[in-house]
Design a protein around this ligand. Sequence first.
Ligand SMILES: [Zn+2]
Length: 197
Amino acid sequence: MIQEGYTLRIERARKALEKADHILIGAGAGLSAAAGLDYSGKRFTDHFRPFIERYRMKDLYTSSFYPFSTQEEKWAYWARHISLNRFETPVMPLYKRLHEFVSTRDYFVITTNVESQSEKAGFDKARLFEVQGNYAFLQCEAACHDRLYYNEQIVAGMLAEIEDCRIPVRLVPKCPVCGGNMDVNLRKGRFFVQDKN
Ligand SMILES: [Zn+2]
């Protein structure tokens, strides 16, 4: 029976993990999906209705690659996306349970997830490598320097002034070094900035 097979395997894994002194966690999109951080369905349609109607967006993953023709439109979308996934969503119980389980052990987390759930759940930042970046930071779009900029206030400011799926041009973030455009710190092109941590 397939179901029995899974149950036995999960039980074996649970016992092995309980005895382990060192645990390396590889966390991908499946963990956030299992935790309830849906990138499609009602959570998406409830929060992105004007963007879905205007750009025919299908879900929060593919819309991350939408080729906006202006910076005002790009940042209106990203302010909503970052605010919902990084700043408005509280820590999910599944991440908390995982942290409780490993907190007394020697652990390290490598994650492709960018919503800071691990950090919110209490995982030690020194034991956490966010391979794909983090929604909470902006970087120079051309990666002219390697500083990352925490964006909570910037995003809140944009969010407050979105009108007709755009932010005012005065709120478009510019690189303080080269004066060019900024981007979200996500590994989606060749200009991804990795900080020293
Ligand atoms: Zn720059």
